[in-house]
Design a binder for this molecule. Structure first.
Ligand SMILES: O=C(O)CCC(=O)C(=O)O
Length: 257
């Protein structure tokens, strides 16, 4: 992380990392995501929650080795660790694809609807661009600096789906990664094109909070068995405190909704 990136992340709350995913990896990610949408059909994303005007996939660490590289990329973890003060684990890995002609933006929100506490940020998200993000096709919008305001948009904005005076729509080529302090006010925008806008969300949380998808519960035994120590740590597979937090939060389903 350069000093300029650090300053941008601290003050604005996000960075855009262009050229992060090489061409071959991007092809493999797109191919597996499309295969999963096809395989899962109407059930796609059911483990998490349906969303109007978007296709979703959830629990992706369990659905292809190509995704393990996404959540454990050391180039990304440096940024995540900076945001979360060195205490991190994966919360979930999902895909979100804004439908063609999706008529409206998501409401501005902070992930998990939480505010930072005295220790600092609790949540950090990364959006992996499988398609170009443009002003027309549903690129993510953020309100720079809002991660520092200590307020949720739901409490402070009258029309959270409407454009916000301070927002920036983050356009970037496919293969980029957008990393943000997930207390920043943000959301997907409308898609006026005839094509899907596809992305992965690799979402991290501080280790004293529950995972959105309790990995020890959601991953099949065969997936867990092949995980090396770094992945086990990142997924909190051998972490009794995580098990307790997740059991309290999500119960037997393993999914916090
Ligand atoms: O996919 C995007 O552009 C952002 C989505 C998002 O913020 C969410 O689903 O919580």
């Amino acid at each position: 992380m350069t000093e300029a990136e650090k300053k941008q992340l601290d003050e604005q709350g996000y960075v855009v990392l262009e050229g992060f995913i090489d061409a071959e990896w991007l092809r493999a990610l797109r191919a597996r995501v499309e295969e999963l949408y096809e395989l899962e059909g109407e059930n796609a994303g059911h483990e998490f929650r349906p969303e109007p005007f978007a296709r979703r996939l959830a629990n992706l660490v369990d659905k292809g080795e190509v995704f393990e590289q996404v959540v454990s990329d050391p180039r990304l973890l440096v940024f995540v660790s900076h945001v979360l003060g060195g205490s991190l684990k994966l919360s979930s890995l999902n895909a979100r694809s804004t439908n063609p002609h999706a008529p409206e933006s998501q409401p501005l929100h902070c992930d998990m609807g939480v505010l930072p506490d005295d220790t600092g940020a609790k949540v950090c998200n990364s959006v992996w661009l499988l398609d170009d993000f443009t002003l027309e096709n549903g690129a993510t919008r953020v309100v720079p600096g809002s991660h520092l305001w200590g307020r949720l948009p739901a409490q402070s904005v009258r029309a959270p789906k409407a454009p916000h005076a301070g927002e920036v729509v983050l356009t970037a080529p496919a293969g980029s990664v957008i990393l943000y302090n997930a207390h920043i006010w943000h959301g997907g925008t409308a898609n006026s094109t005839a094509r899907h806008r596809r992305a992965l969300h690799a979402f991290y949380v501080r280790r004293d909070l529950p995972q959105q998808q309790w990995q020890a519960m959601c991953l099949r035994a065969e997936t867990q068995k092949r995980m090396e120590p770094l992945m086990r740590y990142l997924l909190a597979l051998d972490d009794p405190m995580n098990d307790k937090l997740c059991a309290e939060g999500s119960g037997q389903s393993g999914f916090l909704r």
